[in-house]
Design a protein around this ligand. Structure first.
Ligand SMILES: C[S@@+](CC[C@H](N)C(=O)[O-])C[C@H]1O[C@@H](n2cnc3c(N)ncnc32)[C@H](O)[C@@H]1O
Length: 240
């Protein structure tokens, strides 16, 4: 392939990602070559502490076992295994076999039982994740989806979550950034997750690769609205 056609192919690839969201091809390639910047980012002190505080908030005033947790796009299972260690009954799902293999190995070496499924976040029921999840974690998966995929994923999450569930979402701000996540705004989240209320939004103090244009990431906490009051339960619980 000549230089011009390579450049053209790269432009088509980037345009396709911007149009269609993160593809399986991108993640397959990323895990194959070990290009997983989200894993390094998660290990930065302030980021790890922030995630720990979100988990602690859901556990506050309770004793383990805390109930069922679902990790959407669990990758190599860092958060899944952490939640299981804390006393949650965890299911992790990811579409990349290599990531699921690494997640299973991580759980095994930690001596934790976690169910890891190879499947698509836009087809949770078909993947057999089950129902009744009190905690659903999206550590950077849905913000890579195109709009329609996000809508479908939100419907699937609502179908498998418990009536009093909490949903934690990590998302970049919206932006055109080639093959990397297109992000989503609070408004995008609110419009996809009907029946849920954003109770908290917190920016993330993280150092990310320079090629990511203005990622400005945030965590969002959502609660499902109860039928009786129309108000999200636990929206008043303080963080930490
Ligand atoms: C940015 S990574 C985050 C991984 C993990 N949550 C973490 O924090 O380390 C996004 C993950 O979502 C997975 N993913 C992307 N789209 C998916 C889909 N439609 N169904 C299942 N997994 C998906 C990718 O394979 C990847 O592991």
């Amino acid at each position: 392939m000549g230089v011009r056609s390579r450049q053209q192919a790269a432009r088509v690839f980037v345009a396709e990602m911007e149009e269609n969201g993160m593809s399986m091809g991108f993640y397959k390639f990323a895990y194959r070559v070990g290009f997983t910047p989200w894993e390094q980012a998660a290990q930065q002190g302030p980021v790890a502490q922030q995630v720990e505080a979100w988990f602690a908030r859901e556990e506050s005033g309770r004793e383990p076992p805390y109930g069922k947790a679902l990790d959407l796009g669990c990758g190599t299972g860092r958060d899944s295994v952490e939640l299981a260690t804390r006393g949650w009954q965890v299911t992790g799902i990811d579409m990349i076999p290599k990531a699921i293999g690494a997640a299973r190995a991580r759980a095994k070496s930690a001596g934790m039982e976690v169910e890891f499924l190879e499947g698509d976040v836009t087809a949770l029921r078909a993947a057999g994740v089950g129902t009744g999840f009190q905690l659903v974690l999206d550590g950077g998966t849905i913000h890579g989806f195109k709009d329609e995929q996000r809508q479908v994923a939100a419907g699937e999450v609502s179908a498998v979550a418990a009536p009093d569930a909490t949903l934690l979402i990590f998302a970049f701000a919206p932006g055109r950034r080639g093959p990397t996540p297109r992000g989503m705004s609070r408004k995008d989240i609110e419009s996809a997750f009907s029946g849920w209320t954003v109770t908290d939004e917190e920016s993330v103090d993280v150092s990310l690769p320079k090629f990511l244009k203005a990622p400005d990431p945030s965590w969002y906490r959502l609660r499902r609205q109860t039928e009786q009051t129309g108000m999200p339960e636990g929206s008043e619980r303080p963080l930490g």
